[in-house]
Design a protein around this ligand. Structure first.
Ligand SMILES: C[S@@+](CC[C@H](N)C(=O)[O-])C[C@H]1O[C@@H](n2cnc3c(N)ncnc32)[C@H](O)[C@@H]1O
Length: 352
């Protein structure tokens, strides 16, 4: 059996398991497996994958994903000229004959992903926390990015905003928070983790909202209290008075700037949530919105800026202003942090 560099393998093996649970693309798993084995998918690495990723799955994982991973893994090992562990062939054979795919063809396209935030050594020196080195968030997602009006997938901006929340817990701890376009609910669960006083999650799509509620149930171990709630808020018809009643300290949104037709409504909703009565609006108590976004279409983003200005809101790009979150998802190679921007939006000081 080939020697494995145990020191490198220690963190790489954690990353490999986290990547598997998050359903990172098979190629990512292969490259992490190679790091574990000092360049080779040696028998010891295959055994590790079997013991920690495959042996306990009981054919419950997403069939097409498992087939693709196992095929790629076996092919790479064979090319290396190394013996393939029998269990890997057997597991692939089981998935090839599994009836699971029949269910998938009928439309049962939900999968359970686990997003594991891995904290640096000194993170829990903060008095707010005392527990483990990892925060694991199970999330039911769709394998189809566009299902539930896009809201049943984990988008990169919610990963970034979640890393930001966990990196700067003091901003959110004890604050009332309101998220627009919450999708699968990852941001809200992270807000609960850092002890936000209340968390209101919202979405305009009903199937997304049903999935979000299920994810809150799945994460009872993190949420602990009933401080996290979710409501149906389509931006087009959201009532200004209802929105203002929430009076959140902090408003959040991840990957919500993409549809030009929705933008005027989104900006109106943000304006209502940010607008506090004049008497209570000291600079310190003014609400602030944190909006994370990948700018995929510059015209759409520029339209958002124009609408924000027309609504007498101030926007600031804080991505490079000492606000970089820690890299808490180092195994998630499919997530390109460099494409993310983080903005704050407040009520224009002159209009308060
Ligand atoms: C690209 S997804 C982002 C989801 C989640 N924030 C994330 O980053 O993973 C956009 C979200 O905004 C919601 N959304 C889109 N248009 C909306 C509208 N007009 N009113 C309310 N929610 C809307 C979608 O249902 C979806 O959950």
């Amino acid at each position: 059996m080939a020697e494995v560099n145990l020191e490198i393998a220690a963190s790489a093996s954690i990353h490999l398991v986290c990547a598997f649970l998050a359903m990172e693309p098979p190629q990512v798993l292969i490259s992490l497996a190679r790091v574990c084995g000092d360049g080779s998918i040696a028998p010891a690495v295959q055994k590790f994958i079997w013991d920690h990723c495959l042996s306990k799955d009981g054919l419950k994982s997403h069939g097409p994903y498992m087939k693709s991973f196992l095929k790629k893994l076996i092919a790479e090992v064979e090319v290396e000229g190394i013996d393939v562990l029998d269990e890997l062939y057997e597991h692939l054979a089981l998935y090839m004959t599994s009836i699971k795919d029949v269910h998938l063809e009928k439309g049962d396209k939900r999968v359970l992903k686990q997003v594991s935030f891995i904290f640096p050594d000194d993170y829990y020196k903060s008095p707010i926390f005392e527990e483990s080195r990892k925060l694991v968030v199970p999330l039911q997602c769709s394998v189809n990015m566009l299902e539930g009006d896009t809201g049943c997938s984990i988008w990169p901006a919610s990963l970034y905003l979640s890393e930001f929340i966990i990196s700067f817990p003091e901003i959110f701890s004890g604050k009332s928070c309101f998220e627009v376009g919450s999708g699968v609910g990852l941001v809200g669960i992270c807000l609960a983790h850092v002890n936000a006083s209340t968390v209101m999650l919202s979405d305009g799509d009903l199937s997304t909202l049903a999935n979000l509620k299920l994810n809150l149930e799945l994460n009872k171990h993190i949420i602990r209290t009933d401080s996290v709630r979710c409501i149906h808020v389509p931006w087009e018809s959201a009532n200004a008075n209802d929105l203002k009643e929430n009076r959140p300290d902090i408003i959040l949104g991840a990957d919500v700037i993409y549809n030009p037709e929705c933008l005027p409504h989104l900006v109106r909703v943000l304006g209502c949530l940010l607008n506090r009565e004049k008497s209570s609006s000291t600079v310190q108590s003014r609400p602030v919105a944190y909006i994370a976004s990948v700018i995929r279409n510059i015209d759409t983003f520029n339209l958002f800026l124009v609408l924000v200005k027309e609504a007498k809101l101030s926007i600031e790009d804080i991505t490079e202003k000492g606000s970089k979150p820690m890299n808490l998802l180092p195994y998630m190679h499919s997530y390109d942090r460099s494409s993310l921007r983080l903005f704050t939006i407040t009520m224009d000081i002159t209009s308060c």
